[in-house]
Design a protein around this ligand. Sequence first.
Ligand code: OGA
Ligand code: MN
Length: 209
Amino acid sequence: MLNLNPALLNQLTDALDKQGWFEWPNAVSDALCHALLSEATAHAAAGALHLAGVGRGAIHQVNAAVRRDEIRWLTGETAAQQAYLRLMAMLQDALNHALFLGLFEFESHFALYPAGGFYKKHTDSFRGAANRLVSTVLYLNPDWQADWGGALVIDSKDPQQAPIVITPEIGKLVIFMSEEMPHEVLPTQHPRVSVAGWFRCRNTRTLMQ
Ligand code: OGA
Ligand code: MN
């Protein structure tokens, strides 16, 4: 269960507001992470993942120079996915309550970075649809070794401050502001499995570019 006690919620909303990101180790139980991990692994074995792309709709394209992960969208088709989506719905309510963000829906996908996989520096608002407000990543690999690489590196809002380096450890949930926080996934030497998700607001603010 997501342990959203008032003190932690305060810490989370304060961090999102001031620094734009929050790292939450052991946010999600090992049991749920293992259930999600076996789903992702089974989909990978069945060839049911597809190469992730960049951009939405007509401008969606796969670009292996930018990202090399394979994904599958969560649909809520299994009990584990339903449990995770329920946790995210609780988080959505909590964020709306504390920060008045008007978060309206959540979309998420499994992501498998094969050995050698990476995702170059980017922000999570795709061109053409700037309605992703808050990003989440849940990591699923048990016994992750720091020297395997695959860290998530988030630029600090304060250019004087060093970037934040986050190791992808099982159960850890990272939450950050989608449009304001450029980030990248460093090359991984070991297959790396996660669930990436985005809370969206209702309005699609079409970017004029
Ligand atoms: C993404 C992303 C970060 C991570 O999928 O957009 O930035 O640590 N993922 O997997
Ligand atoms: Mn991202």
